[in-house]
Ligand binder design. Structure first.
Ligand SMILES: Nc1ncnc2c1ncn2[C@@H]1O[C@H](COP(=O)(O)OP(=O)(O)OP(=O)(O)O)[C@@H](O)[C@H]1O
Ligand SMILES: [Mg+2]
Length: 219
């Protein structure tokens, strides 16, 4: 099992966002997390990425128990996971190509290999023509595509994607989701948060976690 979540609850002050959520994800699954704005999709993905601490219940990802994970081991966990954050977190002063290359550079890949891989991934998200543009000059949708390219360039074992198509029109959204699908077919487990109904309908996911429908038992 790649992800195991057992009776996970999370609150901000006395506002409970997740309550007694349990699910598990096997290798190579394509999981969609949905629910209304404020349902806790981002919170759940942040818990799985170790950004937020587990308050109640248990969560495990890629063999790492998040309840007892030390700060020192967090970078090891993050090497296994590609993430597309809802707010992108790309570096505005660097170019498109530099942003995507960064994750490969820290892994010590060779320059020629990095260039090849960056170009291929940028072609996939239709951003190869903008490789040398500084990111702060990009539109929201373009930045989003850079964030997607950066997450998939390292071939992660697990891809966590938070509304990865939030700023894109429907056509481009579906095309990008097909890229995720291709990665998924090659073995990457994908957990994607979205409330895009077209995507939910068109994409044959293995599991749909609807945070609005999960029945919570009050603690
Ligand atoms: N740091 C925080 N402090 C206080 N409340 C927070 C914090 N982060 C999130 N919340 C609240 O928790 C709830 C869930 O937020 P979350 O971002 O997980 O929702 P979401 O399902 O991702 O929504 P969206 O579809 O709008 O992205 C919201 O009501 C939000 O206001
Ligand atoms: Mg969110």
């Amino acid at each position: 099992m790649l992800v195991k979540v057992n009776k996970l609850s999370h609150s901000f002050g006395n506002h409970w966002v997740l309550k007694n959520l349990s699910f598990s994800v096997q290798e190579k699954e394509f999981v969609i997390v949905t629910g209304h704005s404020g349902a806790g999709k981002t919170t759940l993905l942040q818990l799985l990425h170790g950004v937020l601490p587990v308050q109640r219940g248990e969560a495990e990802i890629a063999g790492y128990k998040l309840n007892s994970l030390s700060q020192a081991r967090l970078p090891c966990l993050r090497r296994e996971i590609g993430v597309v954050f809802q707010d992108f977190k790309i570096l505005g002063n660097k170019t498109v190509g530099e942003n995507v290359a960064l994750a490969l550079e820290v892994r010590g890949k060779h320059k020629a290999q990095i260039q090849r891989r960056v170009n291929a991934v940028l072609r996939g998200v239709q951003m190869d023509h903008m490789r040398d543009v500084t990111c702060k000059n990009l539109s929201g949708g373009e930045q989003q595509r850079v964030a997607i390219a950066r997450a998939i360039v390292v071939n992660p074992k697990i891809l966590l994607a938070d509304e990865p198509t939030g700023n894109l029109d429907n056509d481009l959204s579906l095309r990008l989701v097909q890229i995720f699908r291709k990665f998924n077919e090659h073995g990457t487990t994908v957990i994607m948060a979205t409330h895009n109904k077209t995507i939910i309908e068109e994409l044959a996911c293995t599991q749909l976690i609807d945070l609005d429908k999960t029945r919570y038992t009050r603690s």
